[in-house]
Design a protein around this ligand. Structure first.
Ligand code: ATP
Ligand code: ZN
Length: 505
């Protein structure tokens, strides 16, 4: 139920103004003018507030769609054709149900980075006149059990609502890096399963032909072999479409697409550029066109010449090399950071780590997946302290190995602080039951500093004793990019044996 008091009150405003003007005889013009400005400002402020609230709603941004057609994707003829065939299937809904055919629920795009998987998903949504919602798998990885699952649920809900609002009969949900959610589950002794993946499967199983709006899930990965077989079963990701690096003809096509808005010299041979850029992805070819334009502009040339393009190819090739070197160091730091979380987690809660991984890219860089624990409604102080310690483990490890921290720990500190808040507000600290008025900002800072410093030194001590585990795990992690829960526990146990031996002797 809604009350309309506000609307009625606003309705009386003009009546009141007319009353002032004609009955009382006041000149209301300045008044009306000022009210208009104030109202306008208020409206702007309010809609800004709404935007900010929307942006802050979740860490994973749901990005709005830009309509894009298949014509704007170069090469990839086979992938496009397979995708269109699959989508045509979706469009002929009535016939599908008439023949009792199982509906198409998921399409998996597999292939190396930068080959146009995101573009294909966007084009698929435009082709089927659907609303488009996109997220990346790493946005669903959370330290807290159940948060990832509820994000999945929210995303499907949002897709349905958006489609309804836009008057569309279907929605495309695109999840990049789907392997982060749907990675192979670690088959240890414990029955390890993942709530986030389970929720995704539940949502997929819940899609029916007759439903409106219809949801189509498109996933992308460059590590198909990493996916859990549950995701690949019929009725889940039904269609797999490979998106490969473009061949020469494809490269030519992609270059032409990105040259559309650029002044090319008549004598430029795209064929030659396509030949020189062997092994380049679509994203790299886009860079080549862009860099060539920068070279031309710098030389104050009217048009982009062949040599600008050749220089751009070299630059993109070299850029790749230097990028790789810098990321090698960065990846080592990320790996040690994540191992810090994982080792702390295994010590305070043995058996809790299900996977440690480095992302090939994406915003998370690396992550630790935890096995779901029992749903909890009550938390003890000890439990919360352990949770804080796990959060601090990343920064503690960085300090141990590099003597400093990086921006990679920001999210961790936010998490730690919010747990401190829960502890204080629930009266679980030395202060006992606290009254909100007691907690000035200064007081908050000193209390949380105390708690965090104390727990930080405990974590550092734990990790200091496990230096060998870091070294051994780092080797596997940088080589394989992932470390399974059991595999990790084995590495940790080896260290335990050493420690025990030294105590015994
Ligand atoms: N086939 C293509 N045709 C035209 N442009 C392309 C193509 N492939 C890639 N690009 C360019 O590269 C950019 C990145 O491509 P896109 O994000 O679709 O790749 P992706 O396969 O999803 O990569 P990732 O796996 O890294 O997310 C695009 O915005 C576009 O500029
Ligand atoms: Zn971290």
């Amino acid at each position: 139920m809604r009350s309309y008091t506000k609307e009625i009150a606003i309705g009386f405003v003009p009546v009141f103004i007319l009353f002032l003007q004609f009955v009382v005889g006041v000149n209301t013009l300045p008044l009306v003018f000022m009210a208009g400005i104030a109202g306008g400002l208020l409206y702007v402020a309010k809609s800004r507030g709404q935007l900010a609230a929307m942006g802050g709603e979740r860490k994973g941004k749901i990005r709005p769609a830009v309509p894009l057609s298949f014509d704007e994707i170069g090469g990839q003829d086979r992938a496009k054709q397979e995708l269109i065939e699959a989508l045509d299937f979706l469009v002929h809904q009535d016939q599908i149900s008439k023949f009792g055919i199982r509906p198409l629920k998921g399409i998996l795009l597999t292939g190396p980075p930068g080959t146009g998987k995101t573009l294909l998903a966007k084009a698929a949504s435009a082709y089927t006149d659907s609303v488009y919602i996109a997220a990346s798998g790493s946005e669903f990885v959370e330290m807290y059990v159940g948060v990832g699952a509820s994000r999945i649920r929210d995303m499907f809900k949002e897709a349905r609502q958006k489609a309804q609002k836009a008057g569309k009969t279907s929605a495309v949900i695109f999840i990049d890096e789907i392997d982060v959610i749907g990675g192979k589950r670690d088959g240890g002794q414990q029955r390890e399963y993942d709530q986030t993946l389970n929720q995704l499967l539940t949502e997929l199983d819940g899609i029916h032909t007759s439903e409106s709006p219809r949801i189509l899930l498109i996933g992308a990965t460059n590590r198909k072999e990493m996916l859990d077989s549950a995701l690949l079963r019929p009725g889940r990701f039904d269609r797999h479409i490979g998106v490969d690096l473009p061949d020469k003809k494809g490269r030519n096509h992609i270059l032409r697409i990105h040259a559309r808005n650029k002044p090319l010299h008549d004598e430029v041979s795209m064929d030659k550029i396509a030949e020189e850029s062997f092994g380049f992805s679509g994203a790299q070819l886009e860079s080549v066109m862009n860099e060539s334009a920068i070279y031309a502009m710098r030389e104050e040339s009217e048009t982009i010449m062949q040599r600008h393009l050749s220089m751009a190819i070299d630059k993109v090739m070299m850029g790749e090399k230097t990028d790789r070197e810098s990321t090698k160091e960065e990846r080592e730091r990320v790996a040690l950071h994540e191992l810090g979380h994982a080792i702390t987690a295994e010590i305070v809660r043995p058996g809790s780590v299900s996977q440690v991984a480095l992302s090939p890219r994406g915003q998370a860089l690396g992550y630790v997946r935890h096995n779901p624990q029992q749903d909890r409604y009550l938390y003890t102080r000890e439990f919360l302290e352990e949770q804080i310690m796990i959060a601090l483990g990343g920064a503690a490890a960085e300090e141990q190995f590099y003597g400093d921290r990086s921006t990679g720990s920001r999210g961790d500190f936010d998490q730690a602080m919010s747990i401190v808040r829960t502890m204080v507000e629930s009266g679980l600290t030395e202060m006992g039951i606290v009254n909100e008025s007691m907690m000035t900002p200064d007081k908050w800072a000193s209390v949380s500093n105390n708690i965090l410093n104390h727990l930080m030194s405990r974590v550092k001590q734990l990790l200091e004793e496990r230096k060998d585990v870091f070294i051994r795990s780092l080797e596997v992690l940088t080589a394989e990019e992932t470390l399974g829960g059991q595999q990790f526990r084995d590495l940790l146990d080896q260290s335990g044996d050493v420690a025990k031996e030294t105590i015994m002797s």
